[in-house]
Design a protein around this ligand. Structure first.
Ligand SMILES: Cc1cc2nc3c(=O)[nH]c(=O)nc-3n(C[C@H](O)[C@H](O)[C@H](O)COP(=O)(O)O)c2cc1C
Length: 336
């Protein structure tokens, strides 16, 4: 399948693995890139630019395919040394960067001078248009159902994607709620040129996380995520657990006067506890509603091949069948 996104990033399938804190290590990115998608190393999971340079080199040893780096611009006052992270990305020969969080405007000249293609993750049409204006090559349009930070507008992809298609000139991928061939075909139908997945990629054999995390994803349903930190305007969709229930209780007590310090135990330092140690009740970690569509733990290649085969079957048989009048109202069921 050729789309504006496969052409932009020089990849075989229009599937991107979004940056994920404590998941997007070299093993994850290389597995996705080797399977024909675009794997992404999470820049800030590496505590220093030197460590990021080492992670890029490790990934380079695992794949000869293109892979990218995620740079998340945090809503904090004390910034990580972004120029040094960008230097590590440039010197590591990376040609694709996924930016997220605050606008990457200040860093666009450095990224563009290095010949890097920038895909910015946005949760609204207005931010997507801003990304286009400042020279981003593509946008990852992240709907309300996404794992992580869905913004404060609460617009799901069924509306957000066609709205983005109506306004944007640069290509975009659908992000949030994507899991299988049905997601891909739906996204393409709504104007996207591919899809970005986070949560689904965690439940794969190669994802470098504790097995408890993968089992929790298989077990959970679409009813098991909640939004936290609304009062701080830093909303995050997370998987419900004991730590998150405590957090919700504190949020209920404090209401609009909530401060980050009130919930610091439930949100700070949680990722290594969950992803490395498998402590599933440690606190808030990002997870999308798409968890309701995750029922197995395939290899990344099995997952991507299955998505592409399913997408092709839906397009060639189900959709064309409607036009030809040869298919009765069959449901598009997941192949798995
Ligand atoms: C565990 C986890 C950690 C994440 N960490 C980051 C991150 O550090 N930076 C970022 O830009 N997005 C992060 N995301 C968001 C993903 O890149 C992606 O946009 C999102 O997962 C898409 O929604 P989905 O989970 O429904 O596929 C994270 C998502 C998950 C599930």
């Amino acid at each position: 399948m050729k789309t504006a996104i496969t052409e932009l990033f020089g990849i075989h399938h229009p599937i991107i693995q979004g940056g994920m804190h404590y998941v997007g290590f070299a093993e994850m990115a290389a597995a996705v890139s080797n399977a024909g998608g675009l794997g992404i190393i999470t820049g800030l999971t590496q505590k220093t630019p030197e460590l990021l340079a080492r992670e890029i080199a490790r990934c380079r040893d695992m794949t000869d395919k293109p892979f990218g780096v995620n740079l998340t611009f945090l809503p904090t006052l004390s910034d990580p040394p972004y120029p040094e992270y960008i230097a590590a990305i440039r010197e590591g020969g990376i040609k694709a960067v996924e930016t997220a969080g605050r606008s990457p405007e200040a860093y666009m000249p450095a990224l563009k001078a290095a010949g890097i293609k920038v895909i910015h993750k946005c949760t609204s049409v207005r931010h997507s248009l801003k990304a286009e204006k400042i020279g981003c090559d593509a946008v990852s349009v992240d709907g309300f159902e996404c794992g992580g930070h869905p913004g404060e507008d609460d617009i799901p992809n069924m509306i957000l994607l066609p709205r983005a298609a109506d306004e944007l000139k640069i290509p975009f991928v659908a992000s949030g709620g994507m899991a299988d061939g049905r997601s891909l075909v739906g996204a393409l139908a709504m104007g996207a040129s591919g899809m970005n997945m986070g949560t689904r990629f965690i439940a794969t054999k190669e994802a470098p996380v504790h097995d408890n995390v993968k089992q929790a994803l298989v077990k959970a349903t679409e009813l098991d995520t909640v939004l936290v930190m609304r009062a701080l305007r830093n909303t995050e969709r997370v998987l419900r657990n004991k730590g998150v229930d405590e957090l919700l209780e504190i949020e209920r007590e404090k209401g609009a006067s909530l401060k980050i310090d009130d919930i610091i135990d439930q949100v700070a330092g949680v990722y290594p506890k969950v992803m490395v140690d498998g402590q599933m009740d440690a606190g808030a970690w990002s997870c999308g509603m798409v968890v309701g569509l995750i029922h197995d733990i395939p290899t990344v290649k099995e997952l991507i091949d299955r998505i592409m085969a399913e997408a092709e079957a839906i397009i060639r048989q189900r959709l064309t069948g409607f036009l030809d009048g040869t298919v009765e109202a069959q449901r598009a069921r997941a192949v798995a």
